[in-house]
Ligand binder design. Structure first.
Ligand SMILES: *Cc1c(COP(=O)(O)O)cnc(C)c1O
Length: 397
């Protein structure tokens, strides 16, 4: 990596007055009023608004069942638990993901088996998945990185050949579709995130979708202490009801305050996608002449959720390394992110499993070069122009 580069001098009008925060949520008056309504109603735990949000999400995705939880991390953990995956089992996932994907596998008691990704898209490589299958493998956990769908035909074929479950990390992929099918209806269980920076947010929150009614029932039970009847109904007007604990479950339920936000966010999801698509196109046009790697073009017959616009900074071409490039943008008032430094490089995974960068050349390179620019639906045209000006300046143009 080059540490030498001297940042170009900043002419007037390039540095922003107000720092542009990366991944700022887009919260409207409807969300605010709905939260106030929840607070005034006195029902701030899991209740009717969660049920309504689940139904709304279920319809949006076109899934048979949707179960709300308090994070995507919880969703991934629960999905593994209700699948009966635990100690002695292996789950294959990509190294190029947020640590929560692999952590959830650890929490289930199973062993994560990391594989490398495609160097251009960062998506899990189905051939490497096939090569990593052992008699202990129980599931594949693909990640629709940045909102782009994985090669689900290839992954489902591998899963079918070996009798594996497909549990999708769709934290970036609320709007994503693959060959005419919405993500959330393809694998056995699909996990979504409503974290602050995601395409729609509930502050913290997540959802699991599935076609299997038995799994959906188990998800509900396991998300709330393993209690049988819906706990929120226990104290309702229909009278107190006793519950039974069938399993030592978790405390993963979503609350009505979170669902109050989510309901109104979800109603705006497609309009916001159109806005991010417009920003995406502007970036593509504005950066075409720069020595940066731009996002790979879309495969045919997919919907990309445009969650993250990631550029690649190859030090040999740009004249400075990714971290220096981020610092330049930061100094110009532009917040950025890195999605992701690969899981195999984090100390816990390196030390416990002996992973080496050489075993993951594509993920390592992607992780060293990638840099995500602001792409929130709430960006004004002037913000987008500021990002473009700053990126061009950071390139020395
Ligand atoms: C955000 C994210 C998660 C975790 O989501 P939470 O809702 O914050 O738990 C998991 N996987 C990926 C790929 C993510 O981006």
């Amino acid at each position: 990596m080059t540490g030498r580069a001297i940042a170009p001098r900043v002419p007037a009008g390039v540095k922003r007055e107000r720092f542009l925060v990366f991944g700022a949520p887009n919260i409207g008056e409807a969300e605010i009023h709905e939260v106030i309504d929840s607070l005034r109603s006195g029902w701030i735990g899991t209740g009717p608004k969660v049920a309504r949000f689940e139904e709304q999400f279920r319809c949006y995705v076109g899934a048979r069942h949707a179960v709300a939880v308090n994070s995507c991390t919880a969703a991934l953990h629960l999905a593994l638990v209700v699948s009966g995956i635990g100690p002695g089992d292996e789950v294959i996932t990509t190294s190029l993901t947020f640590a929560a994907t692999a952590n959830a596998i650890i929490h289930s008691g199973a062993t994560p088996v990391l594989v490398d990704c495609d160097v251009a898209t960062g998506l899990i490589d189905p051939e490497r998945v096939a090569a990593a299958v052992t008699p202990r493998t129980r599931a594949i956990m693909p990640v629709h990185l940045h909102g782009r769908p994985c090669d689900m035909d290839a992954l489902l074929a591998v899963a079918g050949r070996h009798g594996l479950l497909v549990i999708e990390d769709a934290a970036h992929a609320v709007e994503t579709a693959y060959h005419g099918r919405k993500v959330g209806t393809i694998g056995h269980l699909t996990c979504f995130s409503f974290y602050v920076t995601k395409n729609i947010t509930t502050g913290e929150g997540g959802m699991v979708t599935t076609e299997d009614p038995a799994l959906a029932r188990q998800l509900k039970t396991y998300a709330l202490h393993g209690m049988t009847s819906d706990a929120w109904k226990r104290f309702s007007a229909s009278g107190y009801r006793h519950y039974d604990v069938a399993y030592p479950g978790f405390k993963y339920n979503m609350t009505d305050v979170q669902a109050a936000i989510g309901q109104h966010q979800l109603a705006k999801v497609d309009g916001w996608l159109a806005r991010r698509e417009a920003i995406w196109r502007r970036y593509g046009e504005a950066f075409g002449d720069l020595p940066l790697g731009l996002p790979a073009p879309d495969e045919p017959d997919i919907v990309h959720a445009r969650h993250l616009y990631a550029i690649r900074v190859d030090a040999a071409r740009v004249g400075c390394a990714r971290d220096e490039f981020m610092q330049r943008l930061h100094d110009l008032g532009i917040g950025t992110g890195v999605h992701y430094r690969p899981v195999h490089g984090h100390s816990y995974y390196r030390e416990r499993f002996g992973y080496r960068d050489e075993d993951f050349p594509a993920a390592t390179r992607f992780g060293d070069e990638t840099l995500s620019l602001p792409l929130s639906s709430g960006l004004a045209d002037a913000d987008v122009a500021d990002v473009i000006r700053a990126v061009r300046h950071a390139c020395g143009v």
